[in-house]
Ligand binder design. Structure first.
Ligand code: S3P
Length: 435
């Protein structure tokens, strides 16, 4: 499937952004091993999170989809059953890395598989700590499929994360639920803390100690998890495409309702405000995760030098930040983003290709990019998504600024995180049509 985009102006209206992908995964994982029924509202029914649901169904968990609510009948910490087939996690790195942690502590074996993109993503980052904990987990060339053998004993470890990764942190913490002693993860750069927040919601004892810029997370193996009621906020990463659209498309004034604004996720806001963005947060609520209605008005953006320290807190928003930079005056300098190469595609390469086709003057480096904003842009372009949802969506927003008929090819992957992307574009006034 492809997406056709025409030049858009005057975005108007309010939209509800679909549920947070990271939180949706975690809600299913913990409800499945709680004792009793959990109720989840606002769950993201994108392919990635559905892959997590299917994996738990294959391990004997009854999960009922009643439209607005999902009911998960948890089987307890030790109640999962050996799946009779491989667990296919599709395109979802979060499912694979988090489940690898949880399954390392089970008394049955399992195999985790994924699509070609997921099968080429690095898994050594989780193998190392899990093997230290006593897991019997095997791969060929440190990539999926992952084969996990039944484990008799997992031990707690103290592990300093060599890369800033919430997936690796969460993988270790989930394995730690099955360890015979406490587990401690040390972060030198704070990454998204949805796992820590969700652990608390299910009654797991967890300490978070902040020392200068470090964070130490300690968990104590629980006897059981209590079921919970979880309301999932809108996904900030999905909102980010429309935040930037509202800023760069002339005469726009839009509101994105009920978006998660957890500070470990929203560094993009800080950067855009530094670039001159007119963004306001209204109706801020602080449940276990903070939410707000985000109001955006068209703004004249200025280039910046990105503070590398912020990278872990805007990692998924970098493709759309590149687009914001393309429409800002001056040269934006971005470094320290080599992790982009390990995502659903090599996002540094994919976005460089996309920006090149748009006509944006760029210079790429092994760990970043310089983007000259307000270059004279091409019209009637065709851009490939590289099979990556965020490349497809970021490029779409850029194309809504160009003359002519612009095409994004192979947009199927948008289904992984934002199934109603095209409809949301249309309801705000972005001229987008799939074909
Ligand atoms: C995620 C963590 C991030 C992010 C991904 C979701 C999570 O990955 O890019 O989309 O839910 O924990 P890394 O841990 O690889 O940085």
């Amino acid at each position: 499937m492809n997406l056709k985009l025409l030049k858009s102006k005057n975005l108007r209206g309010q939209v509800i952004i679909p549920g947070d992908k990271s939180i949706s995964h975690r809600s299913i994982i913990l409800s499945s091993i709680a004792e009793g029924t959990s109720e989840i509202s606002g769950f993201l029914k994108g392919e990635d999170c559905l892959a997590t649901i299917n994996a738990f169904k294959k391990m004997g968990v009854k999960i009922e989809d009643e439209g607005k609510k999902i009911y998960v009948h948890g089987v307890g910490l030790h109640g999962l059953k050996k799946p009779i087939e491989d667990l296919d996690l599709g395109n979802s790195g979060t499912s694979m890395r988090l489940l690898a942690g949880l399954l390392s502590g089970q008394k049955f074996s399992s195999t985790l598989i994924g699509d070609s993109s997921l099968s080429s993503r690095p898994m050594k980052r989780i193998l190392e700590p899990l093997q230290k904990m006593g897991a019997s987990i095997f791969t060929k060339d440190n990539t999926a499929p992952l084969t996990i053998k039944a484990t008799n004993k997992m031990s707690g470890i103290s592990y300093e994360l060599p890369i800033a990764s919430a997936q690796v942190k969460s993988c270790i913490l989930l394995a730690g639920l099955y360890a015979d002693s406490n587990t401690q993860v040390i972060e030198n750069h704070l990454t998204r803390d949805h796992t820590e927040k969700m652990f608390k919601k299910f009654g797991i004892e967890i300490d978070e100690i902040f020392e200068n810029s470090k964070k130490i997370i300690k968990i104590y193996p629980p006897q059981k998890l209590n079921p919970s009621h979880i309301t999932i906020p809108g996904d900030f990463s999905s909102a980010s495409f429309f935040i930037v659209a509202g800023l760069i498309i002339p005469n726009s004034e839009i509101i994105l309702k009920n978006v998660g604004i957890n500070s470990s996720r929203t560094a993009l806001l800080k950067v855009l405000i530094e670039m001159g963005a007119n963004i306001k947060m209204n109706n801020i609520k602080d449940d276990y995760e903070k939410t707000a209605d985000i109001e955006i008005k068209s703004s004249n953006l200025e280039a910046i030098v990105l503070d590398e320290e912020l990278v872990p807190n805007l990692i998924d928003e970098l493709p759309i930040l590149f687009i914001a930079a393309a429409f800002a005056s001056g040269k934006t300098i971005i470094r320290g983003v080599e992790e982009l190469k390990t995502k659903e595609s090599d996002r540094l390469e994919a976005m460089s290709s996309s920006l090149g086709i748009l006509g944006v003057e760029i210079k790429t480096y092994s760990d970043g990019i310089d983007i000259n904003g307000k270059s004279s842009l091409n019209s009637s372009v065709t851009i490939d998504s590289f099979g990556d949802h965020r490349i497809a969506m970021a490029s779409s927003i850029a194309c809504s600024m160009l003359d002519g008929e612009n095409i994004i090819k192979n947009i199927e992957n948008i289904q992984t995180s934002f199934p109603k992307f095209t409809e949301t574009c249309s309801s705000l006034g972005i001229k987008a049509e799939s074909f």
